[in-house]
Design a protein around this ligand. Structure first.
Ligand code: S3P
Length: 178
C-alpha cells in the first residue's frame, strides 16, 4: 500500500511472532490516532468465554484456529481500528487476505531469541511455546517469518522501545504532517 500524504489507512493491522509487542504497540498507536484498539486473542476470549490456554488444553489447536478465523471475519467491516493479531493468525491464507484488504499491515520483527526473552518476562501462558520443543519453536519462527515479511511495512523492534516503534508507524502514514 502506498499511503498518500494526508490519507490515513482504514485500519492498521499488526502482525508478527509471539511477544513481538503487537498488543502494547497497538494500544499506544490507537491512543495516538484516537482510534479503537482490538486484539484478536481478546476477541476470541470474549466470544468463547474461555482463556486462550484453556481452548488449547481442552479443545486443541484446531478449535483455536477455527475461533481465530471466525474472529478475523467478524472484524472485517471495521474502520479506524488498530488490530493486534495472534502470532499464527496470518498463516491462514483467508485470514491474511481479509486482513490485508482491511488496511495497512505492519510486521513487528523481533529475532527469535528476543521474542522468547520477552515472552519469558510476561505472565500470560503461550501454548505454542510451552507445548513445543526449542527446535520446533525455531522451525515455527522460520516458517512464519517468510509470511510476516509480506507486510507492507516491516519494523525491526529489537533495539526500539514502544514509543519509537509507534512513531515509526505514524511517520510512515504521514500522521505527523496532517
Ligand atoms: C499464537 C499466538 C498467541 C495466541 C495463541 C497462538 C501463535 O498470540 O494467538 O496462543 O500461534 O503464535 P500472541 O502472538 O499475542 O502471543
Amino acid at each position: 500500500m502506498s499511503v498518500r500524504k494526508g490519507r490515513l489507512p482504514q485500519n492498521i493491522i499488526l502482525i508478527g511472532f509471539m511477544a513481538a509487542g503487537k498488543s502494547s504497540v497497538g494500544r499506544l498507536l490507537a491512543k495516538e490516532l484516537g482510534w479503537r484498539f482490538l486484539d484478536t486473542d481478546s476477541e476470541i476470549e470474549r466470544i468463547t468465554g474461555l482463556e486462550i490456554p484453556d481452548i488449547f488444553k481442552n479443545y486443541g489447536e484446531a478449535r483455536f484456529r477455527s475461533e481465530e478465523k471466525a474472529a478475523v471475519k467478524r472484524l472485517s467491516g471495521l474502520m479506524n481500528t488498530v488490530i493486534a493479531t495472534g502470532g499464527g493468525t496470518v498463516l491462514n491464507p483467508e485470514n491474511w487476505q481479509l486482513l490485508q484488504q482491511m488496511g495497512l499491515t505492519v510486521y513487528l520483527y523481533a529475532p527469535l531469541a528476543i521474542a522468547l526473552q520477552r515472552a519469558k518476562n510476561q505472565k500470560n501462558e503461550r501454548p505454542m511455546i510451552t507445548n513445543n520443543s526449542p527446535e520446533e519453536i525455531e522451525k515455527l519462527w522460520q516458517v512464519r517469518e517468510k509470511i510476516y515479511q509480506r507486510a507492507e511495512l516491516v519494523i525491526d523492534t529489537s533495539t526500539k522501545g514502544l514509543k519509537e516503534i509507534t512513531d515509526d508507524i505514524l511517520r510512515f502514514i504521514n500522521f505527523y504532517s496532517l
